[in-house]
Write a protein that binds this ligand. Structure first.
Ligand code: PEP
Length: 248
């Protein structure tokens, strides 16, 4: 089953309207012939300007979070409908930084995922174990729980993307080896197969994220179960285009 590769950047809380536009202008010609889908998940306030900046290119704009309610008294939050109005296609949900610093849980990941799907946004649902959990052999247990709780009530799993991001590899320069990433992502696909059937699981894009860069992307992308990358640090420079063009 051929799955179209997908490379998504996560700018986190970086860039301004000016520096973001400048980077996108540099990236546009560089990613022109790419065979994969490409997205940049930008800070919410930059969405209108970056949506304009990517026009005419294959780069789509994503958000980094979404609230689960349709509207209401949630000061500071942004709904899926608001994102959609500005042409947002993807939304990162449950990034480990949100779990670590902003109290995100599998339950809130679940609510946000359902809200995104209800508004035809494609959730990029992040899961991953900490170093402590890996060291005591809890990786599969943690991922199972994150998938079962985070995807509760999701009817069509092929409408979302999973990002496997081992917490110990995010922003640390420590990448999972090609073998570790493949083995874990294969486990995730197997688990999705048990939840949704093998045919559906084989259609789900599963990305690797965690210090993926211009040098290590080829090896990771060569793994049979890895369909792409969620790229933090390296998406803030033109290295992102090298990753998008990993097959050249
Ligand atoms: C991320 O933020 O999702 C990420 C993978 O970051 P980095 O590539 O910097 O490790």
């Amino acid at each position: 089953m051929a799955r179209k590769p997908f490379i998504a950047g996560n700018w986190k809380m970086n860039m301004t309207a000016a520096s973001g536009k400048q980077l996108i202008d540099e990236l546009k010609p560089l990613v022109k012939g790419a065979k994969c889908d490409v997205a940049l998940c930008v800070p919410a306030i930059l969405i209108p300007a970056m949506t304009k900046a990517v026009k005419g290119s294959k780069i789509k704009i994503g958000a980094q979070n979404v609230h689960f309610a349709e509207s209401g008294a949630y000061t500071g939050e942004i709904s899926a409908e608001m994102l959609k109005e500005y042409g947002v296609k993807y939304v990162i949900i449950g990034h480990s930084e949100r779990r670590q610093y902003f109290g995100e849980t599998d339950e809130t990941v679940n609510k946000r995922t359902l809200a995104a799907l209800n508004n035809e946004l494609t959730p990029i649902v992040c899961i991953g174990e900490t170093l402590d959990e890996r060291q005591v052999d809890l990786t599969e247990h943690v991922l199972t729980k994150q998938l079962e709780k985070g995807l509760e009530g999701v009817e069509d799993v092929t409408k979302l993307v999973i990002a496997y991001e081992p917490v110990w590899a995010i922003g640390t320069g420590k990448t999972a080896t090609d073998g570790q990433a493949q083995e874990t992502i294969k486990f995730i696909r197997k688990k999705l197969g048990k939840m949704y059937g093998v045919k559906n699981a084989n259609k789900v894009k599963i990305l690797y994220g965690g210090s993926m860069n211009a040098k290590n992307c080829k090896g990771l992308m060569a793994q049979p179960d890895i369909d792409g990358g969620l790229i933090g640090g390296a998406s803030l420079k033109t290295d992102f285009a090298t990753i998008v063009n990993y097959d050249k």
